[in-house]
Design a protein around this ligand. Sequence first.
Ligand SMILES: Cc1cc2nc3c(=O)[nH]c(=O)nc-3n(C[C@H](O)[C@H](O)[C@H](O)COP(=O)(O)OP(=O)(O)OC[C@H]3O[C@@H](n4cnc5c(N)ncnc54)[C@H](O)[C@@H]3O)c2cc1C
Ligand code: FES
Ligand code: FES
Length: 493
Amino acid sequence: MARDAIRFWRNGQPIEVSGFHPRTTLLDYIRLQERRVGTKEGCAEGDCGACTVALGRVRGGRVHYEPINACILLLGQVDGTEVVTVEDLAKGGELHPVQSAMVAHHGSQCGFCTPGIVMSLFTLYQEAGRPLDRERINDALAGNLCRCTGYRPIVDAALDACTSAPHDAFSQANATTARSLDELADGQDVFIGSDTSFFAAPASEASLAALYARHPDATLVAGCTDVGLWITKGMVELEKIIWLGRVAGLDWIEDGSDALTIGATVTHAQAFSSLESIDPDLGELMRRFGSAQVRASGTVGGNIANGSPIGDLAPALIALGSTLELRQGENTRVIPLHNFFIAYRKQDRLPGEFVRRVTVPKLTAHEAFRAYKVSKRFDEDISAVMGAFKFTLDGRRIAEARIAFGGMAGIPKRATETEAALVGVSLDDPSTWGEAMAAIARDYQPLDDHRASAAYRATVARNLVSKALSETASGETRATRIIGQREALEAAE
Ligand SMILES: Cc1cc2nc3c(=O)[nH]c(=O)nc-3n(C[C@H](O)[C@H](O)[C@H](O)COP(=O)(O)OP(=O)(O)OC[C@H]3O[C@@H](n4cnc5c(N)ncnc54)[C@H](O)[C@@H]3O)c2cc1C
Ligand code: FES
Ligand code: FES
């Protein structure tokens, strides 16, 4: 029998909710049903952070708190977690340390963004190593827009609040809360609603495969950072939702000697350090992927399955030679990742089939990798162009090249003409690079939209070929990058 309610932890109490519409967001539940209106709604699309709350989830025996955009998280997705909102932080009439620091440093003016900022700082307070530096705080605040105070006093408040290890009601209750959350993890399927309108959260791959086979018209939801916008902005009336977040076995990373295997529901935050260990450029890409809130919900599988032509992970993983495993009913199949993308928003996925995992080969001693995200803003922006390059070297010559771009076609796509033109090219002789740079024009007819014109994208892609070659030739990035130089990143490890 499936459970017909979700259960979560709230302010030291277990909560059970049933009978809600599958599209109900966490923000609507908090504001309209709990009537706790400290959590604000600004953009309703994951960009401004006004709706940030913290979710506590047990990982490795303790509760970890992550920031979440409640506007694009479905209520059903909080099953098994602790939900913390800004009203919960002050205890016994005393402000939480991050709230006191915000007051002391004048970190708020109109106050609209403040609850969201406080919640992001709360998760930083709980999770970040000490000592904290400004860059780490800036990364944590990339998903919180403040229009009137400016970030300097907010960053000062964060530095002040996080001078020593966390010592608040939440850190002191961590072990107790972890036990309470463990008790909620009953391994049962969840099914709320009827055959025509439901929120379902299968607990095993077998249940998922069977349910999806019965309802191939249902919408799969992983982190909901894409699907959430179909609901809040597209007004799409999704009636059947299957959430993958409780499926055992889809959330694992297997770190083998020559490849990483990443389960479909592994979040970007979880995948971050494993991907970074393959190459610093993947770490830099993940640091700039959305915001802390988006990385805490959004998944590797969702980013691939969504098939967006401007998604960031697909080009990088294609260049690395990744394979994708899919499952339909009892059948599984493995395909090269680049074959998954057929045409604009059309993927090689059968009815009732889901993405199971992606396997990413690690680099060998003779391989060099570079990935570049080009966007209007450094933080929280979708790429205009995303280029990824893997060169297999034979001494100072290129023996093989794998290149993929996002933003250059209706799908994430390999640059096969450019790859062929690079074979045999000498890293020491830039006069031989021109043909490969010109080949980009044969590989792509770039998108032309409000993010970037086709001409701009074509020029950027061509220049990125040259940048990847010159960085590989010189082995350094000091002259070619302002931020995120590989030498500095490697030294910091
Ligand atoms: C503010 C903001 C910033 C963003 N920034 C970036 C960015 O910098 N770079 C970038 O690439 N993207 C970005 N995104 C887009 C989005 O966050 C990512 O694409 C994310 O990885 C989607 O994952 P998800 O788990 O949230 O997918 P969901 O929204 O849950 O699902 C997306 C699609 O994939 C399908 N799906 C999900 N999992 C599976 C599965 N296992 N099998 C089959 N189908 C599945 C769903 O049905 C849906 O069609 C941003 C989004 C927001 C809101
Ligand atoms: S309301 Fe803007 S991120 Fe949720
Ligand atoms: S204090 Fe007004 S938006 Fe931040």
